[in-house]
Design a binder for this molecule. Structure first.
Ligand SMILES: Cc1cc2nc3c(=O)[nH]c(=O)nc-3n(C[C@H](O)[C@H](O)[C@H](O)COP(=O)(O)O)c2cc1C
Length: 182
């Protein structure tokens, strides 16, 4: 498939260059979806490896992808409305999600419900998680991320370091998410 790069257009509300989310594919204008892979990885890089595999699936399906590890800082929730879809990934920490992702969901609620920022909900999303043999974080993730929108596919898990089978499942999950928004 022949694609041409996205076309710079102007400025977004933060004063940064914004991009028309379109490309020419075989002479037709098609929308390029923007995807966020928001995850936490700190101990071994297990969740990060899964995040990269999900991002690969999204990119291979034509999405523009941003990856953000909440271990490296607080994700600015006011950036969230620009994304068409999102993949959330967490390690199991005490049968709960990692603190950075919990902070994101706290910010999400406050900006959505109290501050009235538009564009924070009605997103398609997927879930992935790594664990040391427990994995009860799955139930927490299934519950807490509901307010973001519609879950696509089944959550992918890895016990410890993700093997090639798990990574392939993550890539397939990224493709499934892309398909839901393009
Ligand atoms: C503070 C802490 C708490 C953890 N609690 C659990 C747990 O309750 N259940 C579980 O299965 N694994 C638990 N683990 C193991 C991690 O979920 C697992 O090692 C994960 O793959 C780490 O992901 P990362 O390498 O991306 O940081 C815990 C690890 C840490 C550091």
């Amino acid at each position: 498939m022949m694609t041409r790069p996205v076309i710079p257009t102007g400025w977004n509300e933060n004063g940064q260059t914004s991009l028309i989310c379109e490309a020419l594919v075989q002479g037709r204008r098609v929308k390029i979806s923007k995807a966020l892979v928001l995850y936490h990885s700190q101990e071994f890089g297990n969740t990060a490896a899964m995040a990269e595999a999900v991002a690969k699936g999204l990119r291979n399906s034509g999405c523009e992808v941003d990856l953000f590890n909440t271990n490296e800082g607080r994700f600015d929730v006011t950036r969230f409305p620009q994304y068409d879809c999102v993949a959330f990934g967490s390690p199991d920490y005490y049968s709960y999600i990692a603190g950075g992702l919990k902070t994101f969901m706290d910010d999400h609620y406050i900006y959505d419900v109290r501050k009235g920022l538009d564009g924070l909900t009605n997103k398609h999303y997927v879930l992935f998680y790594s664990h040391g043999g427990g994995g009860r974080v799955k139930d927490v993730m299934s519950d807490i991320f509901k307010r973001v929108g519609t879950l696509i596919g089944k959550p992918v898990d890895s016990r410890g370091k993700p093997d090639s089978q798990v990574l392939n499942k993550c890539t397939a999950l990224g493709k499934e998410l892309a398909k839901a928004v393009t």
